[in-house]
Design a protein around this ligand. Structure first.
Ligand SMILES: [Zn+2]
Length: 160
């Protein structure tokens, strides 16, 4: 197992977004059991969210019992929220988590994918994500704020 992590690591984009060092468009959408939900800052479309531990954790195997027990229900709830707001054909959930080919702060991407996305980029699955990264069009802050206003109540604490 890795050495104990610091709560926030300087130079880690994920830590800097959740600790307020970097601006986070849309703000924090949810926090419970050491996990947070935020809007994705990368070019994966409006409504794409990220679930990550608040701690600087770089391997899924290093999640603690509380974080790992909460992860499944939070993934489901987050996918349900983006489904209700975006009405996608499918919701991708993935974790690549390499930064410059080094293990990075783990963050599960929850991406609602519509037919419009697939037609526009002529791709689906990993190819769609690659095409979106190549296009490099991060959503504008007003669009992110607007979708987060709709998503936030759906992610509000209910049972945890
Ligand atoms: Zn980090």
């Amino acid at each position: 197992m890795a050495a104990p992590e610091q709560v926030t690591r300087t130079g880690c984009i994920a830590c800097e977004l959740s600790s307020g060092v970097r601006p986070l468009p849309g703000g924090r959408l949810h926090e419970s059991s050491g996990l947070v939900v935020e809007h994705c800052v990368g070019p994966l479309g409006v409504g794409t969210l990220v679930i990550k531990p608040l701690r600087h954790v770089v391997h899924v195997a290093d999640l603690d019992e509380t974080e790992s027990a909460a992860l499944g229900p939070l993934l489901r709830r987050t996918a349900a929220a983006v489904t209700e707001v975006i009405r996608p054909e499918q919701v991708y959930v993935c974790l690549w988590s390499h930064m410059d080919r080094e293990p990075g702060h783990i963050h599960f991407v929850v991406q609602p994918v519509t037919k419009v996305d697939m037609v526009r980029f002529e791709a689906a699955g990993p190819e769609l994500q690659l095409a979106m990264f190549r296009a490099g069009e991060s959503p504008g802050e007003p669009e992110v704020d607007a979708v987060c206003t709709r998503l936030r109540p759906l992610l509000a604490d209910q049972s945890q």
